[in-house]
Write a protein of this length. Structure first.
Length: 179
């Protein structure tokens, strides 16, 4: 079932941070089960994450865009994009920092709607490419991005979660006239 026509995308507001934290923590627990230490996923705290969302939201740098997907006045997804981070430096490319959907909404078009709006906004801002990092073993997410025209570009980086290295791969998509 595709509910794209019922999904509204808007800029995130500070008041959305609690709901975004619920979605983010639920998304991690659902999508990363078996890919990260379960102890880490179990220890995730929605209230703490909401506090972090507020700090990130109010301190977001120039060019960082937080979007939410709504259905029937309820936030059901969140995406965040901005300048690509190459260490401490920003490049001319854009980066999708996060895209999370309420796990009960998987497959309903919410993620697609958020991704398409991020692509549209990055293209309108004149960005050449949109890059993102995804867990190497997260085949569901990798297929999702591949269907949207993203391709792994060969870059890989591990990050550590509770003492376990979790490899990520970078995906890229050309935007606008560069496609």
């Amino acid at each position: 079932m595709n509910d794209d026509h019922r999904i509204g995308i808007r800029r995130m507001r500070l008041a959305d941070c609690d709901r975004v934290a619920e979605i983010r923590v639920g998304g991690w627990r659902s999508a990363y089960q078996g890919l990260m230490p379960q102890s880490y996923l179990d220890a995730m705290d929605v209230a703490q994450d909401a506090d972090r969302r507020r700090v990130h939201f109010t301190g977001a740098g120039r060019g960082v865009v937080n979007l939410v997907a709504e259905e029937e006045d309820r936030v059901v997804g969140w995406a965040c994009h901005g300048p690509y981070r190459n260490g401490e430096a920003h490049t001319e490319d854009a980066e999708l920092y996060a895209l999370y959907v309420d796990p009960v909404r998987y497959g309903a078009g919410t993620g697609h709607a958020l991704l398409q709006e991020s692509i549209r906004r990055c293209t309108a801002a004149g960005r050449r490419r949109l890059l993102l990092w995804v867990l190497k073993d997260n085949t569901r997410a990798r297929r999702f991005y591949e269907r949207a025209g993203f391709r792994a570009d060969g870059a890989e980086e591990p990050f550590e979660v509770d003492g376990v290295e979790v490899p990520e791969v970078r995906y890229a998509r050309e935007l606008g006239a560069h496609r």
